[in-house]
Design a protein. Structure first.
Length: 106
C-alpha cells in the first residue's frame, strides 16, 4: 500500500471523528467534544496535506470529502438513528461510485 493511501485513510477517519464530535458538542456548548472537533479536524487536514504531495488535489479532496460524507451518512443512520430511505441509500452509493470513477478512470 502506498503511504499516501494510508495518510488519506487516516485523514478520512479523523474527519469522520471530528464530525461525530460536532454532534456531541451540541453547538460548542460541551467543552470536551468541542476540543476534540478541532483536534480531529486538525489531524485530518494534516494528513490531507501530506497526501497532496503525491496526489492531485481534485482527486484527493473528492475522495476525502466523498468518503467522509458517505461514512457520516451511514453512521447517522445506524448510530444516531436518523431516518433511512431508499433515496438516501442510493445517494450514498452514487457518492461511492463517483469516488471510484474518479480514481479508476483518471
Amino acid at each position: 500500500m502506498k503511504t499516501y493511501w494510508l495518510y488519506l485513510s487516516l485523514g478520512i477517519v479523523f474527519e469522520v471523528l471530528g464530525t461525530i464530535c460536532m454532534k456531541f458538542a451540541e453547538g460548542f456548548s460541551k467543552w470536551l467534544p468541542s476540543v476534540f472537533v478541532f483536534i480531529f479536524y486538525g489531524l485530518s487536514l494534516f494528513f490531507l496535506v501530506l497526501v497532496l504531495k503525491k496526489m492531485e488535489v481534485s482527486i484527493a479532496y473528492a475522495i476525502w470529502a466523498g468518503l467522509g460524507t458517505a461514512l457520516i451518512a451511514m453512521i447517522g443512520m445506524i448510530w444516531f438513528k436518523e431516518p433511512v430511505s431508499f433515496t438516501k441509500i442510493v445517494s450514498v452509493l452514487f457518492i461511492i461510485a463517483g469516488i471510484f470513477g474518479l480514481e479508476l478512470f483518471d
